[in-house]
Design a protein around this ligand. Structure first.
Ligand code: AMP
Length: 559
């Protein structure tokens, strides 16, 4: 009898039954004099004891401006020391942190703040092409005329004030140092009293997921959700207080604030931010100069580092491990990271914001083939199953939708019971929308998104398979495959190809490369050669944009 695509992670390593604040205090007591946080672009270097002092001051200040446990505090800033301090301080006093994507523009910001009912917002001044002060001036014209902390906004009636991380906060906003100065109005005992009442199952974080349709949804995560996920992810990496982790991924996403910050917190490891946003050179420099032992990134970040013309200048030999995650991790890129970046123990993690985020992970002792080509096995204390369109578990080896259950599944979407009920079924299984296959040994492979699957003339085509195949061409640096409408076949396969520097490819060469090596219906009808893909700030490729642009450009070419 063939076995079913269901698996359960090991249970031997106990879950942490405590709040983030309690875990923070424990780590500070254990690792006090060791380095906790290095923020290279701000020249910040703090031990756990020094970080604890700043977190304590910030926690008191949050109470001083009237924040109550359970109220929401928005943060709209790229990676910086204040982000980390705010994360731990808000957790200590039970204030729910609402992560706002630094790339959000006015309408998205307004939606997130209104929907979550934020009382205060912490914002940067500028980042890339975003002028946060100017945008907030537009959204909140009442700011300059209202006393600080007594905002009366027409569009955001629940918002009381804005804290600026900029050097010169505009009139009506509170500066970061002014905020911290308010700490003296509140005693340390009040923070302790507040922390003591918190429960680990209470919500502590809301993250708006971009969703391709409708409004963004606020995945609501508890202390238990994210503290344990950060802990288990870094247990798998074998992190300890001797490890130094470079975090170039954004903090507003789970990859940074959970797998990075909370993973380090629970292991006493050092958090190193190479810059306010990902930059391949700054990240390589951070690894070399900080003698980092671990590095995180989404596949496109690793590709950018591997292909950087100055890579050979940097000694990366201190690296041991790290994680590639966030989207399909191409086998060739994994092999290069192992061989060319000294990351012999690099692991792949898979998951989504709604599951805190990681559900499956490869292990350092998995055989090489599985370590580069699967997303590993089910994480400790979690369950995975792969189901068909009727919700029935499929046999191992069959494709279906991946579902996850366990401590990591979010509490729900903030204020959105309908969307929650669509995502989490009555058995508490989170339906991921990802298509996966489980092998006999329980290793999972992601073959695409439910909606990414291309149906060409009745044949199911999985973009992932064609991408992996095209990656084998030595001139191909990166590739994305999508389906677009086709009169004849319903859908046609389109491949966007990025070549390595100084390499050129044309349609005929790639077509010849595919000929006879993959089934004819999988050979892309169109190859498009590009320098970049449309991306989100998290480094996720926006396949829907690739689809839209392909349709437009092919229509233009046709005339
Ligand atoms: P987010 O909620 O932004 O973290 O996005 C979650 C989605 O990213 C998942 O549903 C997957 O489609 C994709 N994803 C994350 N990690 C991986 C991985 N290792 N391999 C393939 N897809 C991934």
């Amino acid at each position: 009898m063939t076995s079913l695509s269901y698996s359960r992670g090991p249970q031997d390593n106990a879950l942490l039954a405590m709040t983030i604040g309690a875990a923070f205090d424990q780590s500070v007591a254990r690792f006090a004099e060791r380095e906790a946080l290095v923020v290279r672009h701000q020249q910040v270097r703090l031990t756990w004891a020094q970080l604890a002092e700043q977190v304590e001051v910030c926690a008191r200040a949050l109470l001083a401006i009237g924040m109550q446990p359970g109220e929401r505090l928005g943060i709209w800033a790229p990676n910086c020391a204040e982000w980390c301090i705010t994360q731990f301080a808000s957790a200590k006093v039970g204030v729910i942190l609402v992560n706002i994507n630094p790339a959000y523009r006015l309408s998205e910001l307004e939606y997130a703040l209104k929907h979550s009912g934020c009382r205060w917002l912490i914002c940067a001044d500028t980042f890339k092409t975003s002028d946060y002060h100017a945008m907030l001036g537009e959204l909140l014209p009442e700011l300059p005329a209202c006393a600080v902390g007594a905002l009366q906004s027409r569009v955001l009636p629940e918002l009381r004030g804005v804290i600026s991380l900029g050097r010169t906060p505009p009139v009506g906003m509170l500066g970061w140092s002014e905020l911290l100065a308010k700490a003296e109005q509140v005693s340390a005992q009040r923070v302790q009293a507040c922390s003591a009442l918190l429960q680990f199952d209470e919500p502590i974080n809301i993250q708006y997921t971009s969703g391709t349709t409708g409004f963004p949804k606020g995945a609501t995560l508890s202390h238990y959700n994210i503290l344990n996920n950060g802990f288990m992810v870094c247990e798998s990496l074998g992190l300890s207080e001797d490890d130094r982790l470079v975090i170039p991924v954004p903090l507003y996403h789970c990859f940074g604030m959970v797998m990075g910050n909370l993973g380090c917190l629970t292991h006493g490891s050092t958090m190193i931010y190479p810059g306010d946003a990902f930059d391949p050179l700054a990240t390589l420099q951070a690894v070399a100069e900080e003698r980092a032992t671990a590095l995180y990134g989404v596949p496109t970040m690793f590709i950018a580092m591997l292909d950087h013309p100055r890579r050979s200048e940097f000694d990366l030999s201190s690296l041991r491990t790290g994680i590639m995650a966030g989207s399909t991790c191409p086998v060739e890129v994994m092999k290069r990271v192992i061989n060319e970046m000294h990351m012999a123990e690099v692991q792949i993690a898979y998951g989504m914001t709604e599951t805190s985020p990681v559900s499956t992970q490869t292990a350092a002792d998995d055989d090489l083939q599985r370590r580069v080509s699967s997303v590993g096995r089910t994480q400790p204390h979690l369950e995975s199953k792969v189901v068909d369109e009727h919700g029935r578990i499929v046999a191992r080896g069959q494709i279906g939708e991946l579902c996850t259950r366990g401590y990591s599944v979010m509490l729900g979407y903030w204020n959105n019971p309908e969307a929650t009920a669509q995502a989490i079924d009555a058995g508490r299984w989170m339906h991921t929308g990802d298509l996966a296959v489980m092998d006999e040994a329980g290793y999972l492979s992601i073959v695409g998104r439910n909606k990414d699957m291309i149906i060409r003339g009745g044949e199911n085509v999985y973009p992932r398979e064609i991408e992996e195949f095209l990656f084998e061409h030595p001139a191909v640096a990166d590739v994305q495959v999508v389906g677009i409408p086709d009169e004849h076949y319903g859908e046609a396969v389109v491949a966007w190809v990025k070549c390595h520097p100084q390499q050129v490819l044309d349609d005929a060469q790639l077509r010849a490369f595919c000929q006879g090596r993959i089934a004819h219906f999988k050979v892309p009808k169109h190859f498009m050669f590009v320098d970049a893909f449309p991306m989100t700030v998290t480094g996720k490729v926006q396949k829907f944009r690739i689809r839209e642009i392909s349709v437009e450009q092919l229509a233009l070419a046709k005339g």
